[in-house]
Design a protein around this ligand. Sequence first.
Ligand SMILES: Nc1nc2c(ncn2[C@@H]2O[C@H](COP(=O)(O)OP(=O)(O)OP(=O)(O)O)[C@@H](O)[C@H]2O)c(=O)[nH]1
Ligand SMILES: [Mg+2]
Length: 346
Amino acid sequence: MEVVDKAKLPYVYTVDELISMFLAAYGREEARGSTAEPAFLKQKRLEIKRIVASGKALASTLRKMALGMPFLDRLHPFYRDLVDVVFGAQLYKHAVAKVGNAHLAVRAIAKEAITAVRTAPDKKALLRARQMYKARIIDLLNDLGPELEKLRDVATFLRKLPSIDPNLFTIVVAGAPNVGKSSFVRCVSTARPEVAEYPFTTKQIHLGHIHLKGDKIQVIDTPGLLDRPLSQRNKIERQAVLALRHLAGVIIFIADPTPHSGYSLEMQASLWREIKTEFTAPAVAVLNKIDIATPQELERARALFNPAAEISTINCHGTKEVVDHVLHKYYVPQALEKLRARARGA
Ligand SMILES: Nc1nc2c(ncn2[C@@H]2O[C@H](COP(=O)(O)OP(=O)(O)OP(=O)(O)O)[C@@H](O)[C@H]2O)c(=O)[nH]1
Ligand SMILES: [Mg+2]
């Protein structure tokens, strides 16, 4: 399964850029040959050279762009589903195919234009063939506008995406909005996601790392989740769901026992139940904001979440212990098993 290789993503030209490039390639060719040649024949020869050069340049650019875009079916399911959720897999595939197939259309138009030039009986017919050639190519490019825009949007989105390695052990941090997920990720990893007073501060997946001796763990901060069926989740929430489904080695669920986040304990408990049943990765719950929680609030939350720890991310109190706990319980056995397997194989 491939991950997105950002260095290989193509530059996606706009329609205007392609038209300029095409016209420049056309204009670059200059007349050469014997001065004894009749002017009309010389003009025909130059015209054909221009059509061949500009057609080739354009066809090759279109082909390279389409081939440079990732093939969804070969991508790791996390990336494949992400492109599907944000852009629609079918629409994306259609756009790639249309841009890719356009190179064949360019070749066909060039071929017809060459025949028209060759058979032109006079200067007027030659000029008409030239105009027709340029107009047809420009029409074709204008028609590709929406598809080029789609490819550009996907390429830009993928370039901005953090470089997630699906083969590394990954902690995914999840929970309702505004409970302190990003604050937690800031405490324990290299990531610096934005923290703010309001829900839905985090709108995309953020990646951080924990460096262990000779090893690296990924920590993923996700957008807040509401307690509702998948079909009603928006694109932002669905990115969190994909990280939970495809990347999580373990899930840390952050709950806020206080009214501070704006989401009730019942809603959070229902979300917690769903996360435990919906995803295959093991999940641990953690109570946050204990610096402002009352004893009664803590008591109720303990009964609902059976938390592995109680923390306060405002000063990173207890956060390192949570990570040590989950790594010890879920990562170390897996890492040891890998080492053993390698030793057996050696
Ligand atoms: N008192 C207190 N406030 C906290 C604590 N942890 C987070 N907060 C505050 O809660 C608010 C939300 O924190 P974030 O880390 O942005 O929460 P989030 O879960 O990432 O929020 P979204 O990305 O919007 O879902 C911020 O104003 C934080 O300062 C804590 O332990 N104690
Ligand atoms: Mg956040």
